[in-house]
Ligand binder design. Structure first.
Ligand code: NAD
Ligand code: WQD
Length: 336
């Protein structure tokens, strides 16, 4: 199949390109490189030994989409392109609505015009906001608490309405929990710009000596050790979840929703302790105030994906850490 991968140079998109190429698919990446480097795509080609088509451009560029859909016989779209920083979204919400919502609208319009019926969309556990209970099921209440999360909810709704209006369309909404880790070659990984806001890349930068110590945001949550609990999932498992979704849901009309997580909660302190154990590195930390907007705990029920996609995560926490560390040591400054 010819697969258009928007945001394919990014962290999750690039790992998914590897899995798609390994599965024998033809890949066409569309990325504006606003949060990625072309080098990531060279690494994908090196890992797989396969070629793919790269197009530099924006999903909001309707003329460009027209050219892409006219020139390539696209069978399905995997839509990763978007902005993802929660804090930034509260400071510049209009940019988030423009990039994420307007961008997705442009994409769906082009798909509709060209009769492309299969879409897999990168949604997020952030659509559940502060959950009433854990594990979180796909049927749990949806209530995003920041502009970024709200853009994901609006896009989900737009997809739902699109499906209702067209009985041939197949949309799969994948709600990712906390993606971490890197490709086991050590050549592909997460390359945050500036100070990482997520836990795993921050710890990795402390371990490699780029930052002095980790601030643990709160130790008074209602969790076993007082620190926040999350469902960390290896990015390669996540990438393989997309291939499974494509296989199971391609051209199966309807709107399909899946959590992609491990179903296991891990606290910040557990992560720090395990990171030290796996890597042999000391991770200095201090307890700091809670981060505004953070929740106590969040982890998935991964049952639906297991039953309906025949997919479940395979890589344990130790592997997530070992692969993060391998990538961080080999690429201390990312894709320079
Ligand atoms: P990323 O920033 O590494 O990748 C996104 C890619 O999209 C980048 O390569 C960027 O250059 C590109 N892009 C952004 N806006 C674009 C536009 N208008 N046109 C073309 N390209 C554009 O992020 P990621 O971590 O790989 O996340 C991928 C998707 O998964 C995003 O939609 C994100 O919201 C979602 N998601 C991420 C996480 C996470 O923690 N990483 C969790 C849940 C959901
Ligand atoms: C994990 C835990 C922090 C950094 C965010 C987005 C979410 C999704 C994934 C896209 C929490 C603690 C963190 C640090 C810390 N993205 N922490 N010190 O907050 O679950 O989710 O990224 O959809 O939308 O909100 O992930 O990695 O930032 O935090 O103590 O320096 O680590 O308080 O308990 P989070 P995270």
């Amino acid at each position: 199949m010819n697969i258009l991968v928007t945001g394919g140079a990014g962290y999750i998109g690039s790992h998914t390109c590897v899995e798609l190429l390994n599965a024998g698919e033809q890949v066409i990446v569309l990325d504006n490189f606003s949060n990625a480097k072309p080098e990531a795509l060279n690494r994908v080609i090196n890992i797989t030994g396969q070629q793919m088509i790269t197009i530099e451009g924006d999903i909001r560029d309707a003329a460009l989409l027209e050219t892409i859909f006219s020139q390539h016989n696209i069978d399905a779209v995997l839509h990763f392109a978007g902005l993802k920083a929660v804090g930034e979204s509260t400071m510049d919400p209009l940019n988030y609505y423009d990039n994420n919502v307007n961008g997705s609208l442009c994409l769906l319009r082009a798909m509709q015009k060209h009769g492309v019926k299969t879409l897999i969309f990168s949604s997020s556990a952030t659509v559940y906001g502060d959950p009433d209970s854990v594990p979180i099921f796909e049927s749990s209440p949806l209530r995003a608490t920041n502009p970024y999360g709200q853009t994901k909810l609006v896009i989900e709704l737009m997809c739902q309405h699109w499906v209702e209006s067209n009985s041939e369309v197949s949309v799969t909404l994948l709600r990712y929990f906390n993606p971490v880790g890197a490709h086991d070659s050590g050549t592909l990984g997460e390359d945050p710009q500036g100070v990482p806001s997520n836990l795993m890349p921050f710890i990795a930068q402390v371990a490699v000596g780029k930052r002095k110590s980790l601030s643990i945001f709160g130790d008074d949550y209602d969790t076993p050790d007082g620190t926040g609990v999350r469902d960390y999932i290896h990015v390669v498992d996540l990438a393989q979840g997309h291939v499974a979704a494509l296989k199971q849901r391609n051209e199966q009309a309807g709107c399909h929703v899946f959590n992609l997580g491990t179903g296991q909660g891990v606290s910040v302190l557990e992560m720090v302790t395990e990171f030290s154990k796996v890597t042999g590195q000391d991770i200095p930390y201090q307890i700091a105030a809670r981060r505004p907007g953070d929740i106590a705990q969040c982890y998935a029920s991964s049952q639906r994906a297991r039953l309906e996609l025949d997919w479940s995560s395979k890589r344990e926490l130790q592997q997530m850490i070992a692969d993060t560390w391998h990538w961080q040591r080999l690429n201390p400054d990312g894709y320079v």
